[in-house]
Design a protein around this ligand. Structure first.
Ligand code: PMP
Length: 307
């Protein structure tokens, strides 16, 4: 990973190497932090970084923080301003990924949330593709179930909950797959370790509802908008495991994943094992939008001058 030189750390812009916490930090011990993941795309003329859906991501960071009683000293707009300022200071020369992290910074021994000091940091790294190959990932249905809302809320990006993702992803890699698909406690399809899942059956784009113990993904919402534009019907409903075996198309979507086709599930090919027609059409429009080539969606881009 290549980290950019400056970070924001508890109210100051500092060298990334100085953004450090103690080993006694509550969030490090108990996973009491929440994070975000946002992409910034370098424009064609290399004059701006276009941050994708920044206000939506800021809103989710603040909502996730609220779930674990982390109070931030700024609102959505104030948080967005920190992104803009840090981008100007780092003046990236390529595509970037932002990692905001709000956390319980106190050294309290008790695993509680109230009256434990809060901290906030934001740092940036260079990021191109997350999955490497764009052609059909091999996925497995994981034996690890997705955390449920009454355990650790999956709808927010709670750090501790990523042990769940790590266990599933690690198993998938150990068994020779690229990615895991986690079922929820009801045995219905949830999501990947770090991406939402979309299925195409008979021309309809189907995805689990936000009550299925999944992250309320911003790319997931983006997919709905793009599908609507392309005249594709959308259905939010629970998905059975065996529907994955007979789906016409499957793909992951997320800030990191962007739009990544799934070529097989449990070694059963999805369609012909390559990206399907609808997946390709959605991916194409998505990449055009994030790069600022579709004027109707310019409002999704926060353009920050970097020269
Ligand atoms: N699910 C999980 C578990 C994730 O970590 C992510 C990545 N943030 C997503 C879904 C996709 O969410 P988004 O589109 O908001 O990045």
């Amino acid at each position: 990973m290549s980290y950019l030189p400056y970070a924001y750390f508890d109210g100051d812009y500092v060298a990334f190497s100085d953004a450090k916490v103690s080993v006694a930090t509550h969030a490090l011990q108990y996973g009491t932090g929440v994070f975000g993941g946002i992409r910034g795309y370098l424009s064609h003329d290399e004059k701006t970084i276009n941050i994708f859906r920044l206000p939506d991501h800021c809103e989710r960071v603040i909502q996730s923080a609220g779930l674990v009683k982390i109070q931030l000293p700024f609102d959505t707009e104030g948080l967005a301003e920190i992104f803009v300022e840090l981008t100007k200071r780092n003046a990236p020369k390529g595509n970037v990924y932002y990692r905001p992290f709000a956390y319980k910074a106190g050294f309290d021994l008790t695993p509680k949330l109230t009256n434990v000091d809060d901290g906030f940091t934001l740092y940036m790294m260079a990021l191109e593709d997350y999955y490497g190959a764009d052609e059909g990932l091999s996925a497995m249905v994981s034996a690890w179930r997705r955390v449920n809302d009454n355990m650790i809320p999956a709808r927010g990006k709670v750090s501790g909950a990523y042990i769940n993702s790590s266990l599933a992803k690690d198993d998938a890699l150990a068994y020779g797959f690229d990615e895991a698909i986690m079922l929820n406690e009801l045995g219905k399809v949830g999501e990947g370790s770090a991406a939402n899942l979309m299925m195409v059956r008979k021309g309809v784009l189907v995805t689990p509802p936000i009550t299925a113990d999944i992250l309320e993904g911003i790319t997931r919402r983006t997919m709905f908008q793009i599908a609507t534009d392309l005249g594709i019907e959308i259905e939010q409903r629970s998905i059975d495991r065996t529907e994955l075996y007979i789906a016409d198309e499957l793909f992951f979507c997320g800030t990191g994943a962007q739009v990544t086709p799934i070529g097989s599930v449990d070694r059963r090919p999805v369609g012909d094992g390559k990206a399907g027609k609808i997946t390709r059409a959605i991916a194409e429009r998505f990449h055009a939008i994030v790069r600022g080539k579709v004027t109707e969606y310019e409002q999704w881009l926060t353009k920050v001058p970097v020269v």
